[in-house]
Design a protein. Structure first.
Length: 188
């Protein structure tokens, strides 16, 4: 709907939800009881924090510093972005992390030639997505699963999740580093 009506996706989602509530025979209270309110509050706070970092100029300063530090070294920069994204995405949920890093990565890509299929975009995507598996708060799906598990009396602790998640994240990020090296540098 956005290209045609210029409605934001959030408006379309809310209109769809409202329509479903209006035509459904399900009680509204019953539906609201199934909502993961703590999860929604967690993400609302996270997005407010990212918005504040953008508005205060922290993100712009970080982009300038990172661009200066990497210079024109695509291999070193991509490995730094992959590893840094993996680590930070395990601490900060990967969705707001990528929303924060996209302008920084865009500036890096522009400074290195501007190819839309640039290794930096892949390094960001792979590092953020796979690094999010390291901790319970690294990805939205992790938070949702923990909420569902707790509701079903099968709680998974943060440290129990992290014990296995760190191994999965480390192995998949290492395979991704090898993939990026082979695709963009060894056989380029």
């Amino acid at each position: 709907m956005h290209p045609v009506r210029h409605y934001e996706p959030s408006v379309v989602a809310l209109l769809g939800a409202g329509l479903l509530i209006a035509i459904s025979k399900v009680e509204t209270g019953e539906v609201l009881g199934e909502v993961e309110w703590p999860t929604l509050a967690f993400f609302a706070g996270l997005f407010v924090m990212v918005g504040a970092l953008i508005e205060t100029g922290v993100i712009g300063n970080l982009a300038a510093s990172l661009t200066d530090a990497i210079g024109g070294d695509e291999f070193g920069g991509s490995m730094l972005l992959l590893g840094g994204s993996a680590v930070l995405s395990g601490i900060v949920d990967n969705i707001p992390y990528v929303a924060t890093m996209a302008p920084i990565t865009g500036r890096l890509v522009t400074d290195m030639g501007g190819d839309p299929d640039h290794v930096m975009w892949w390094a960001l995507a792979l590092g953020a997505d796979l690094g999010g598996n390291a901790t319970a708060i690294g990805a939205s799906a992790n938070v949702v699963v923990l909420g569902i598990a707790e509701r079903n009396r099968q709680p998974i602790s943060f440290w129990q999740f992290t014990k296995y998640g760190l191994i999965v994240a480390a192995v998949t990020v290492a395979v991704s580093a090898l993939y990026l090296w082979l695709r963009y540098f060894a056989f380029a």
